[in-house]
Design a protein. Structure first.
Length: 124
């Protein structure tokens, strides 16, 4: 298994309503699972994902992502993706249990922390 680099995770973070999020397909890719598995974990464990942990983007928000990030990923998407906040990723880590998921979650947590520290330094 290869170690996921900080830059790889940082490049997947998207600023959305003053918060950083990661799209479900990117989470799945990082965890080495299918997007449907990530979404099934959320659907089967609604008590672990209160409001603000996972957000289903609206069609307008998806269009904004398509415009902002003109990548094939968003152009091929017919259904607006779910996006995970930092808290949502923590909860997902309690459900998707594998060595890859655990190591990836630790790297994601460290990336969120580094990005947050960088933003605080810039604001000072």
């Amino acid at each position: 298994m290869s170690i996921i680099k900080f830059e790889t995770i940082e490049n997947k973070l998207i600023k959305h309503h003053d918060e950083y999020i990661i799209v479900d397909s990117d989470v799945a890719q990082l965890y080495g699972v299918e997007t449907r598995d990530v979404n099934k974990a959320v659907k089967n464990n609604p008590d672990k994902f209160p409001d603000g942990y996972v957000v289903a983007l609206t069609k307008d928000e998806l269009e904004t992502l398509r415009w902002k990030f003109s990548t094939a990923k968003f152009n091929m998407t017919r259904v607006p993706p779910k996006v995970f906040t930092e808290k949502g990723l923590y909860m997902l880590a309690t459900i998707i249990k594998s060595k890859t998921a655990t190591e990836t979650t630790l790297n994601i947590i460290e990336t969120f922390a580094k990005v947050s520290r960088s933003i605080k330094k810039i604001k000072k």
